[in-house]
Design a protein around this ligand. Structure first.
Ligand SMILES: Cc1ncc(COP(=O)(O)O)c(C=O)c1O
Length: 454
């Protein structure tokens, strides 16, 4: 139900009203007052499933903590925009080679680097995805004879072909270029194995790779404090070993970022956290200046550098605006995850992370235990989405993935996981990985329906 006119925002309707309204029509309109005009605003009449309402009630302290992180991150972002003197002329964009760029490209790179505490950044719509940005960063860091060491267990599925541990030979994987690969398995508790890490770096280890978020593994996501400790351990063994962090899904969840604690390069996607649901495409690499330049050379070509590549004006503005909004959209996604964990664990499902524990990424996994339940969960999410709500998600093959994967993403930006979305590989333990939502109540609506079907 919508307000007939409003200059005040209506109260957030996230708990079931204490007294049931006598009738829908009587409850429909209340008169509110703004300084200038009297307006009619909608009554809070969204009745979530009682278990969802109760869970939301119990999470108020956690939600306040998330709001504090949003405020701190928003303040850091706004300060970076001010320092770079972002202005409308930066949104003009460019065409062709991008030589006629009016300063937007440089301002965006500089704002981003400032926000994540890096010397430099390259933020571009030409990165197809997070995988592409991470691949450019890895190829910037590694040379034939080097070893890549994944220190947080296996990396995300789509990186297997980049590394060369799956897929065809001679497609230009790291393995094809003579880069070896090794893993430090996670400890029994799903976190980093500190003892193993303390003696894992060899002279040929050119890059230690840290995946911040869980990916499709049932593991803990890493805090920035954990990443800091891991970087110190790695650099103590060999200061020349570069540290690269897959930052996908982690940006703005905490109030610091891996580049602030010594990561040499970080990379991620703009249709995840830092695009604020507004960026239509793209990715980023940030870190030490000479390494960012090497990643840029891999994205384009050696010699072309970072001052190259056009971005249409409407895209340029969206990248700035999305970045500005990102702390909020990430915060809402974190609240959604907290609610999912609370509701689903109360129903007896295993969840990762556990309810009420501090979050390090926006992903909330729920072990559903069967193919049917995983599909049913995804169907409810798809039905609640604004785009393609009538589409039945089906599991299928997706480029980059070995397993069949099902995605529910009725999103304005294709595949945007900052918008309401969930997905999961069709393999044991049939876990669904939920993320996004521009407001946590979207998950309250989904969960209210989920509880009816599984
Ligand atoms: C931890 C992690 N890294 C990398 C990726 C790959 O990102 P993209 O799908 O943008 O290629 C994902 C995707 O979900 C992920 O979860």
């Amino acid at each position: 139900m919508t307000a007939t006119a409003s200059c005040c925002s209506s109260p957030v309707a996230w708990a079931r009203p204490r007294a049931a309204p006598a009738s829908a029509s009587a409850a429909a309109l209340r008169v509110g007052r703004c300084p200038a005009v009297a307006v009619a605003v909608a009554a809070p009449d969204v009745a979530f499933h009682p278990d969802v309402s109760r869970a939301a009630e119990s999470l108020q302290a956690e939600f306040r903590a998330v709001d504090r992180a949003i405020a701190l991150n928003s303040s850091r972002v706004a300060a970076a925009f001010r320092r770079a003197r972002v202005a409308p002329h930066h949104f003009g964009g460019s065409t062709g080679y991008g030589h006629d760029d009016g300063g937007g490209r440089e301002a965006l790179d500089s704002v981003f680097a400032d926000i994540v505490g890096a010397e430099a950044a390259i933020v571009r719509p030409q990165f197809f995805s997070g995988t592409h940005a991470i691949a450019c960063a890895l190829f910037a860091l590694l040379r034939p004879g080097h070893e890549l060491l994944a220190v947080a267990g296996p990396p995300y599925d789509t990186l297997e072909e980049v590394i060369g541990i799956r897929g065809s030979a001679n497609v230009g994987s790291l393995k094809d270029f003579g880069v070896a690969y090794r893993e430090v398995p996670l400890a029994a508790d799903g976190g980093l194995d500190w003892d193993a890490l303390a003696c894992s770096i060899r002279p040929e280890t050119g890059c230690a790779f840290i995946q911040r978020s869980c990916g499709y593994s049932w593991r803990k996501s890493l805090s920035v404090a954990d990443i800091h400790r891991a970087i110190d351990l790695i650099k103590m063994q060999n200061p020349n070993c570069m540290v690269m962090v897959d930052n996908c899904y982690g940006e703005f969840v905490e109030t610091s970022e891996p580049a602030m604690v010594g990561a040499d390069l970080i990379a991620g996607s703009l249709i995840k956290n830092p695009g604020g649901t507004i960026a239509p495409c793209g990715g980023y690499v940030a870190g030490k200046k000479h390494l960012v330049e090497a990643a840029a050379a891999r994205l384009s070509a050696p010699g072309l550098g970072v001052e190259f590549g056009s971005t249409p004006g409407h895209v340029m503005r969206s990248l700035f605006q999305g970045l500005f909004l990102a702390p909020q959209t990430v915060g809402e996604a974190v609240k959604g995850g907290l609610l999912i964990a609370e509701v689903m664990s109360a129903k007896g499902y295993r969840v990762q992370p556990l309810p009420s524990v501090p979050r390090h990424d926006i992903v909330q996994a729920v072990e559903l235990g069967s193919r049917e339940r995983l599909i049913a969960f995804c169907e409810v999410v798809q039905q609640t989405c604004p785009v393609g709500s009538f589409i039945k998600p089906t599991a299928g093959e997706t480029p980059g993935y070995a397993s069949e994967v099902i995605f529910a993403d009725g999103t304005f930006i294709d595949g945007s996981t900052s918008e309401l979305s969930c997905d999961g590989p069709l393999r044991d333990p049939y876990a669904v990985f939920c993320q996004g939502g521009t407001h946590w109540t979207q998950w309250a609506l989904v969960l209210s329906d989920v509880l009816k079907v599984i």
